[in-house]
Design a binder for this molecule. Sequence first.
Ligand SMILES: Cc1cc2nc3c(=O)[nH]c(=O)nc-3n(C[C@H](O)[C@H](O)[C@H](O)COP(=O)(O)OP(=O)(O)OC[C@H]3O[C@@H](n4cnc5c(N)ncnc54)[C@H](O)[C@@H]3O)c2cc1C
Length: 462
Amino acid sequence: MNQKEEYDVIIVGAGPAGMFAADELAEKMKVLIIDQGRDIGERNCKMNLRSICMHCDPCDIMCGVGGAGTFSDGTLNLRPDIGGDLAEQTGDRDYAWQLVDHVDEVFLKYGAPDHLYIPKGGRVEELKRRAASVGARFIEIIQRHIGSDNAPVVIRNFEKDLKERGVEFLLDTRVEDLIIEGGECRGVVLKDGTELHSRFTIIAPGRVGAKWIDEIINKHNIGAKYAPIDVGVRVEVPAIVMDPVTKINRDPKFHIQTKTYDDFVRTFCTNEHGFVVKEEYEDFIATNGHSMTNTRSENTNFAFIVRVELTEPIENTVRYGRSIAKLATTIGGGKPVLQRMGDLRRGRRSTENRLKKNPVVNTLKDITPGDISMALPHRIVTDIIEGLEVLNEIIPGVASDSTLLYAPEIKFYSMQVLVDRNMESTVRNLFAAGDGAGLSRDIVNAAATGVIAGRGILKKVG
Ligand SMILES: Cc1cc2nc3c(=O)[nH]c(=O)nc-3n(C[C@H](O)[C@H](O)[C@H](O)COP(=O)(O)OP(=O)(O)OC[C@H]3O[C@@H](n4cnc5c(N)ncnc54)[C@H](O)[C@@H]3O)c2cc1C
């Protein structure tokens, strides 16, 4: 095996978690960020914004400098309890809010737009009342919308500044393993067998790295637990249906308990006048959505997902989620399955012909018209139908027959690495941050966990 240079800190993953960790450490320590994806300018996601996955290297969406958030809608949810739980992580509610403010300030410094979306007074009350009247909850959030067009610029500025402050980037390079000796992490092993040594290592591989995290946890006996996953569909409706709500909050969060199973269902990642996109993982596909500041569709899409928790003896939610996603991928012939709500209700598949007649035109074209009840477990399909019917009471039209449902939408929060208040794992000098380590579920929280990890390392060295 080759041996190479020593670093103070090696960070696996150049997503928000990795970059914000590096931001804390830059100029103070010798830092290397390794990412299996490409540099921001080389990530080829903008050839055709309406069908990015047909033309792009799948890894370009999820991997590379900026991480999965780079070509996303770039909505910053400015709350410590959405997309994670920073108060629980830090044990300090005020500090949790300070972390959110800090992340927002850094994004602003690198060019995020000034404008904030603040839920407005009386109309928020009305929405809360309407939700409460059908047993649901509306969660109000202040948001900043970077936009898919602006996000790469913000990331480029951020990367440039990190480099100017001495942070090194090693791209197109996959980390295969960690070097762990005597309960202490001493660096990483690259795919070609090269060993890179470091005093501290931060693993921040994002959702695309969930399987890798799973493997290294098992191999090195790193303390971890199974986190719940969210499984469901991406819903697409005419923007006019959602407008009364998205005008109050761009990414409205509704929490619903379903009638039959008493399961937790929620709306997530709303893209006003946006586009549904395909996410490609190693062995399955999933759906997501994005919106752009300069290109608008006629539709609004959002994730509608059911929380799935498993208990002994089958606690492995990641494996369960993957098997659902693989089944859906098989049914869809490698493409997302698309069905109209009316067809789902009537127990029949959607066809090209039915979709052609549908008043709502799908923004993702690379799909297979089909039957999502063949793709997802019965309990999840029941939760989706019941949940959408509750949502329809709050947002009339959202569960109409012409509503489009794409499956699967799946959110892995993967194995949750057990960490202390500073994000240090049960292995000495091995820190974890972000979505891949099960410690966050959105850009702001991923970034904040990176900040905590960076500060944690600084505390350790005094
Ligand atoms: C299409 C899309 C839209 C989204 N929209 C929003 C939104 O509007 N708002 C929001 O808050 N969140 C959004 N998200 C989620 C958000 O992008 C993530 O929560 C966030 O990026 C997580 O940050 P992270 O740093 O933990 O991981 P990531 O951003 O996923 O970065 C992890 C990086 O690690 C690298 N990596 C993984 N394994 C290895 C390895 N073994 N070796 C080397 N490198 C590795 C990957 O290549 C990747 O670049 C969206 C996600 C997608 C895919």
